[in-house]
Ligand binder design. Structure first.
Ligand code: MLT
Length: 303
């Protein structure tokens, strides 16, 4: 009998698959406080985690029997990859199941950054204010969109932005330029070309190369009134620089789904008006979550 522990909430289909296995015991630790998780990890052969559980030194030290960890999602930035390797633990992710969900979340924030419907909705519902002249937006049509990172998610955001009539420019040193140009997207190796766009969105993994990739010096080069989106990982845009430049009006609007430290219920950005903030919902569609849970369960079982 092998034990699989599920540390973060996954779609029911994942649990159903795990429970069908006669030689697998399932521990549902999704409601267990993180402080108590370490006490039960020692029983598990395989763990399934999402972004709410850091696979760090403490986690790995507690999981003394662990042979494999399945990260139910794409990002492994909250996993100590070297620590897993040293202990002989296989670390797997589910790289593409939430692509469309993340793309569409980005489009939500992009459209809102243009029209601020979240803010006007709150003003109407919470304050009961009907003030149409307060809410002039801008159009995506004929505006430039700079995409940093043109992989699975960034490239699909580009295709959707083209449908809105935007001029799309991609920066990604790790792709062949044709990946962008074949789609009708301009490819650039010059980061400053991205910084001169009307809208900028980022879709890179979080690592030493990308943390604080956009900070004060980069924002200083941007247009006054630039609008920024981050539905990838917190900290790719320096959060202090975002706050300063939103307050000054240099950045007209920020759409943000991710924070450097999550959960971020007490973050200074949340006190600033010209932004839309969501609690890391990029992967949260029923379609994506059922795909992720199924793939994660299958990987855990085969491990
Ligand atoms: C991902 O990396 O795929 C997501 O952040 C997963 C999640 O929502 O936990």
């Amino acid at each position: 009998m092998k034990t699989i522990i599920v540390c973060d909430a996954i779609h029911k289909i994942g649990f159903d698959l795990l429970k069908q296995e006669s030689d697998v015991k399932v521990i549902d630790a999704t409601s267990v406080p993180k402080s108590e998780l370490y006490g039960i990890l020692g029983d598990a052969d395989v763990a399934i985690t999402r972004s709410s559980t850091a696979v760090d030194e403490k986690f790995l030290n507690a999981g003394t029997k662990l042979k494999a960890i399945v990260r139910a999602g794409v990002g492994v930035d909250n996993c100590d990859i070297d620590g897993c390797s040293k202990r002989g633990i296989i670390l797997m992710n589910v790289p593409t199941a939430n692509t469309i969900a993340a793309v569409e979340m980005t489009m939500c924030h992009l459209l809102n950054a243009a029209r601020k419907y979240v803010n006007s909705c709150n003003d109407l519902k919470i304050n009961r204010i009907w003030k149409r002249e307060k809410w002039y937006g801008t159009e995506l049509y004929k505006k430039s969109l700079g995409i940093i990172g043109f992989g699975n998610i960034g490239s699909r955001v580009g295709v959707r932005a083209l449908a809105f009539g935007m001029n799309v420019i991609a920066y990604d040193p790790y792709i062949e330029p044709e990946k962008a140009t074949k789609l009708g997207v301009k490819y650039t190796k010059i980061f400053d070309e991205i910084l001169s766009c009307d809208f900028i969105t980022i879709h890179t993994p979080k690592n030493q190369e990308t943390i604080n990739m956009v900070g004060e010096p980069q924002i200083a080069k941007m247009k006054d009134g630039v609008r920024l989106i981050n539905c990838a990982r917190g900290g790719l845009y320096n959060e202090k620089a975002l706050a300063n430049n939103l307050r000054s009006g240099k950045i007209a609007y920020l759409g943000i789904d991710v924070f450097d430290k999550e959960p971020a219920t007490d973050h200074e950005l949340l006190d600033i008006e010209n932004l839309s903030a969501t609690p890391h919902l990029g992967a949260n569609t029923l379609e994506s979550q059922s795909n992720i849970a199924r793939e994660a369960a299958e990987q855990a079982i085969s491990a």
